[in-house]
Ligand binder design. Structure first.
Ligand code: G1P
Length: 271
C-alpha cells in the first residue's frame, strides 16, 4: 500500500517572477484555489494518509497557510459565515495530514527527497512535483494501481515534442508492457536534442522505493550542480530495480511557467 506522499516545495519559482517575489508559487490561485490544494486533493483521493512538505525558510508562507487557526476562529466567532467555516474545515483536514521538513539550500530534487528519509515508513512512497498539474483523471491513483499490479516503481510519462527534450527527464524503453505502460531501460536528465534516447518524458509523479535514499546519500551533484532524482533512478535501474513509465490519460498543465500558469486557470475553468 502507498500511504505516504512527499512534495518538494523549496523551489524559488523564478519562471513565475514577479508573482513569486513575495509569494510562494504553490499558493497562487488557479481558478480561485491555490495550486497546492489540487495536488493535495489528488493525494487524498488516491488514498494517501500522510504528506510530507519539503519547504525552505523562504517558503514559510506555505506552512502559515495551514496554521491560521487563531485568525479563522476569531472571524468565525464574529460572523458565522458558512463559506468561511467550510474552507477552514478543509484547511484543518489538510493540516492534520501534513508534516514539514526543510531544505534551505536549493541543491536539487534528489536532495529534497533525501530530507524526508527518516519519515518514510513503507517500502514505497509517492512523490508529486507541484508544478505539474494533471487534471481530469487522477494520475496518482492510476499509478498506484500499476504499482500494485507489478510490484514495481512507477513514473508518470508522456510524449513530448523532440525540440523540447532538454526541458525534461527523458527515458529509453526496454519493453512495452501494455498500451500505456513501459519498462524503462535508461533515463537521462534534460539531454541535448542529439543525445536524447527518445521523446518520452518523465512527468512529476513518481512511486519510488525506499532504497532510493541509499543511492541519494552517496550521489554526487549532476547537471547544473544539482542532485537529480533522475540520476538516482538510473542507478537503481542499473541494479536491476524495475521502473515502469505510465502514460497517464489526464491532461497535463505546466504551472511552473507563466504561460502554463495562465493556461491552467483557463483549462480548469472549462471543467
Ligand atoms: C523535474 C525533473 C525532470 C522531469 C520534470 C517534470 O524537472 O527533474 O526529470 O521531467 O520535473 O516536470 P524540473 O521541472 O524540476 O526542471
Amino acid at each position: 500500500m502507498i500511504k505516504q506522499a512527499i512534495i518538494p516545495l523549496a523551489g524559488l519559482g523564478t519562471r513565475l517572477l514577479p508573482l513569486t517575489s513575495v509569494f510562494a508559487k504553490e499558493l497562487l490561485p488557479i481558478n480561485g484555489k491555490p495550486g497546492i490544494e489540487y495536488i493535495l486533493d489528488e493525494c487524498i483521493e488516491a488514498g494517501i494518509k500522510e504528506i510530507i512538505f519539503i519547504i525552505s525558510k523562504k517558503k514559510k508562507l506555505i506552512k502559515d497557510y495551514f496554521y491560521k487557526d487563531m485568525f479563522y476562529k476569531k472571524i468565525i466567532k464574529k460572523k458565522r459565515d458558512a463559506r468561511i467555516i467550510k474552507e477552514y474545515k478543509k484547511i484543518l483536514r489538510y493540516k492534520k495530514m501534513i508534516k514539514f521538513v526543510y531544505q534551505n539550500k536549493p541543491l536539487g530534487t534528489g536532495d529534497a527527497v533525501l530530507k524526508t528519509k527518516k519519515y518514510i515508513k513503507d517500502k514505497f512512497f509517492l512523490m508529486l512535483l507541484p508544478d505539474d498539474l494533471i487534471i481530469k483523471k487522477n494520475c496518482s491513483k492510476s499509478m498506484i494501481k500499476i504499482h500494485k499490479r507489478y510490484n514495481s516503481s512507477v513514473m508518470a510519462s508522456m510524449n513530448v515534442k523532440k525540440k523540447t527534450v532538454s526541458r525534461w527527464g527523458i527515458y529509453k524503453l526496454a519493453k512495452k508492457i501494455d498500451k500505456n505502460n513501459f519498462l524503462i531501460k535508461d533515463v537521462i536528465e534534460k539531454p541535448a536534442i542529439n543525445n536524447a534516447p527518445s521523446n518520452k518524458a518523465v512527468i512529476g509523479r513518481y512511486i519510488l522505493p525506499k532504497n532510493i535514499f541509499l543511492k541519494l546519500s552517496k550521489q554526487k551533484p549532476g547537471k547544473g550542480g544539482e542532485v537529480h532524482i533522475t540520476d538516482a533512478i538510473q542507478s537503481l535501474i542499473n541494479d536491476n530495480h524495475k521502473f515502469i513509465a505510465h502514460n497517464f490519460s489526464g491532461k497535463y498543465l505546466d504551472c511552473g511557467s507563466m504561460q502554463g500558469y495562465i493556461k491552467s486557470s483557463l483549462e480548469i475553468a472549462k471543467i
